[in-house]
Design a protein around this ligand. Structure first.
Ligand SMILES: Nc1ncnc2c1ncn2[C@@H]1O[C@H](COP(=O)(O)OP(=O)(O)O)[C@@H](O)[C@H]1O
Ligand SMILES: O=P(O)(O)OC[C@H](O)CO
Length: 496
């Protein structure tokens, strides 16, 4: 009997492979960063071959680190950076262009033009999304319009589109399976989340041929078997979910009103709304949290494009910290009398503004401002933005909203940031024992499908809090700080 589940977590900055045992404990990890390409202002690309190579290498690394054989793996789960778009040739399996990453803003013009044609409501009614370059639809259109010969090939049925899960599935199964799951499909801008299928109307508007699109399956489903040459023996793939949805599962947010927030490159909060797709009045997204046995569970989502990316900017751009962990140490030592505010709109702003064209700004600089104050401002910007999106959640959701926020992702290692987050929200923040929540969600889906893991209720009971951060600020202190942030954001927006 195989004793483990292997989860691939293909993220924006790194690929990870994590092996979980029956008790949901991670027993070994393989991880590799890969190159980010910024060919133009606001453009972000990945080489799909880097994504593929690091996925396979980290899988082998994890098996080696666990000192186990591939035959010990009962099933594979895949979770992935969402929206990122790959188009490849069905015969050769070769991508015809780099992957256009979710953060990429090149299709702002296309979105504006669609808005001017009065089509935003047509898209949002069906997809739960907004007309923003973030989503896959306009990225597909851009590739078809800009790569020589692409449109003809697409119309002849020679090309396949996929989000990263789908591209990996295609490669892992030796080109046998062209499929995705409902959570990933729900981020493409062409998937009808109510009817549960690709929308002909939206595909027509964006001129995307249906032949390019994958089958859409449940998140716990049969996604084929790996090519035996890859790891030495075939393994079934039985779980797939976008990384934020996967983290929602890994955090066991299965009841309506439960919410998690993940702090990786960006920050994404998902609130489970059960079988009701809630339409936001505050520019939150309506999305599929997971789909089991053909039944979708919906979520409201708040998306922030820059969270840990602001810490990377301190490290790689400004070079004022040597490693991410140092940001918290710097913030701790910052001059408390300075109120420097960083609005990290490096690629525009997401919820609740959806301003694709504004860019970052720093307010409150003095001669005394130095690396410590900038580090503090970068970490605080993540807390302020979380407050923005929780305000929107509270305004949109009429059910009972859990006051505790479950957090995960690379940035939650920072105690300073988590404490400031609780201060800023005026609510407790729970950090779980298992910080590999995203990968755990995918492993759980894969294990659930094959009976390796038990039902949702039993899984929920296994969730454990490692540390709870409770607010230490007075209401006055909190509201004064938040008002300064709101003023800084107002002055950063393009329509100021
Ligand atoms: N101790 C820390 N303090 C602040 N930020 C951190 C810390 N450790 C990691 N990070 C940030 O977390 C991010 C990595 O988180 P991860 O969940 O792996 O991201 P992704 O899945 O987007 O690649 C990086 O942007 C990094 O700067
Ligand atoms: O790779 P992450 O963890 O930053 O997640 C990216 C999101 O899925 C984008 O929607």
């Amino acid at each position: 009997m195989s004793r483990y589940i292997l989860a691939f977590d293909q993220g924006t900055t790194s690929s990870r492979a994590i092996i979980f045992d029956k008790d949901y404990m991670s027993v070994a990890i393989g991880q590799q960063e890969f190159t980010q390409h910024y060919p133009n202002s606001g453009w972000v690309e990945h080489d799909p071959e880097d994504i593929w190579r690091t996925t396979i290498e980290t899988g082998k690394q994890a098996l080696e680190n666990a000192r186990i054989d591939i035959n010990d793996i009962a099933a594979i789960g895949i979770t992935n950076q969402r929206e990122t778009t790959v188009i490849w040739n069905r015969k050769t399996g070769k991508p015809i262009y780099n992957a256009i990453v979710w953060q990429d803003r090149r299709t702002a013009e296309i979105c504006n033009e669609l808005k001017q044609r009065g089509l935003e409501e047509t898209f949002s009614k069906k997809t739960g999304l907004l007309l923003d370059p973030y989503f896959s639809g306009t990225k597909i259109a851009w590739i078809l319009d800009n790569v020589p010969g692409a449109r003809n090939q697409a119309e002849n049925g020679e090309l396949a589109f996929g989000t990263i899960d789908c591209f990996l599935l295609w490669r892992l199964t030796g080109g046998k399976i062209h499929a995705t799951d409902a959570t990933n499909a729900s981020r493409t801008l062409i998937y009808d989340i109510h009817a549960g299928g690709w929308s002909d109307e939206l595909m027509d508007i964006l001129r995307i041929p249906k032949s390019m699109l994958p089958d859409v399956k449940d998140s716990a489903g049969n996604f084929g078997t790996t090519d035996p040459d890859l790891f030495g023996a075939p393994v079934q793939i039985t779980g797939v979910a976008g990384d934020q949805q996967s983290a929602t599962i890994g955090q066991a947010c299965f009841n309506p009103g439960m919410m998690k927030s993940t702090y990786g490159t960006g920050c994404f909060a998902l609130l489970n709304t059960g079988d009701t797709p809630v339409k936001s009045k505050h520019k939150l997204l309506t999305t599929i949290a997971y789909q089991l046995d053909g039944k979708p569970t919906y979520a409201l989502e708040g998306s922030i494009f820059v969270a840990g990316a602001a810490v990377q900017w301190l490290r790689d751009g400004l070079k004022i910290i040597g490693h991410a962990g140092q940001s918290g140490e710097f913030a701790e030592d910052a001059d408390p009398n300075q109120s420097v505010i960083l609005v990290p709109a490096f690629v525009g702003l997401g919820v609740p503004h959806w301003d694709a064209e504004c860019r970052g700004a720093i307010f409150g600089l003095t001669r005394a401002t130095g690396p410590r104050e900038l580090a503090k401002a970068a970490l605080e910007s993540v807390c302020y933005q979380t407050r923005d999106l929780l305000n929107a959640m509270h305004a949109d959701y009429s059910g009972n909203l859990d006051t505790v926020l479950r957090v995960d992702g690379g940035m939650v290692a920072s105690n300073w940031t988590m404490q400031r987050l609780a201060d800023m929200l005026g609510a407790p923040v729970d950090r779980p024992v298992s910080t590999e929540t995203t990968a755990l969600g995918a492993a759980y889906l894969a294990g659930l499908k094959i009976g390796f893991y038990p039902d949702l209720e039993t899984f929920s009971q296994a969730w454990k809090c490692e540390k709870q951060f409770t607010p230490a600020w007075s209401d006055d202190q909190r509201e004064a700080a938040y008002a300064r942030w709101q003023d800084a954001v107002r002055r950063t927006l393009t329509n100021y």
